[in-house]
Design a binder for this molecule. Sequence first.
Ligand SMILES: [Zn+2]
Length: 436
Amino acid sequence: MKKKNGPRPLLLKILPFLIIAAAIVFLHQTVSIGEQSDTVSGEGAEEVTVDSISSLASNIGDQLEATATPTPTPTPTPTPTPTPEPVDEALLLRQTLDDISTHDMAGYLSEMPAEDSDIVSTATEIYTYEQMAKDIYFLSQRYPGLFFTNILGTTVDGRAIYEVIIGNPASTHHVLIQYSIHAREYINTLLAMCQLEDYLKNMTAGALYGEKAYPDLFSDICIHMIPCSNPDGMTISQLGAEGLRTQEAKDTLQACYEFDVASGRAGDFDTYCRRFKANANGVDLNKNFDVGWDIYAGGPTQPSYEGYHGTAAASEPETQAILSVTETYPVIVVISYHSEGDIIFWNYELEDEQLLAFNQQLADNLAMITGYTKRISKKYNASLSGGCSDYYVWEEGRIALTIETGQDTCPIRINVFPNIWRDNQYVLPMLASLYG
Ligand SMILES: [Zn+2]
């Protein structure tokens, strides 16, 4: 089965054929690779088979200590803390700082859009953390029982890191997608929420993707979405220092600014905040993963708006939140959404041929439905390491890659969003057809 070559936005129109093609691929239980690889020779490349994907899944499953898949708590049931349990410091912090995750969400119901309108609005220039939290609640009210939410951790400025779980949590095929790990790339949080609402609408309507109805399509896959992996940083980029709650975070931001001005890396303060990529500790979260962390010499050695890798690998609560998902579930695939460029970074110069073939299979399918350009990401090195995708392919042997959305300068303007949506609307159902 040869695949189409190159970026072709119009490919969305021939999506049904692609699905049929994917079905044929699976019927034959084989995908011939190497046909259109950017660097990988067809010779010596292994075949990707359903059996080998299952074996990868089973290997990953074996690595996990937990044998049973934990059942997530349905939204929005608040769990009362039993008295003998240890104190939940993160919850206490959120309560002290009045984070929206501690509020009685029913109090916001008057803001919920009418039944004939979408809940997630693409009309405003910035889509905030608070709006995301409200919309997750509103969606749980409109589509009860169709998805689950979980709070993976709390940031230093007291924001909850939300996880949304769709599909079938009891499935052995788990996929993790994290969005907006870089603060100024917050347009992808809006994308995540639109993908979620689109999924819920299609599940309810029993809509078809190719020849399969959504409930069937998602019956043997579970997708974990982290719509905002860096809520503090996103708030800095959207609202500036005034968006921060703790004096500690404000002081850190000021110290980052002074350091970056002294290093010639910053101009005026407002622009500096808008262009912020790090978290509220001034750590670039996509340099904080434990892959080549020790050898990194590509950025500043103290907190900054970008490039600082932290005091230790996985030192940051946001990094730990992402890792907690793959520690809990047998995740086969990890996708990281970034901006900008309309690019799919894959390959990572993997030496494991089977994993490289899996990586290429996903990159090819994503390139087909998004129309984005595939580009080789090099193996991590001293100037570029600590990345999320690099960590998962190199250190954990999972399929992982990075999607860079949008043709604009970050933060990407809302008038570019329709293009991002057009290109990424079918990513979730494509993943379900590929791995479900
Ligand atoms: Zn990024």
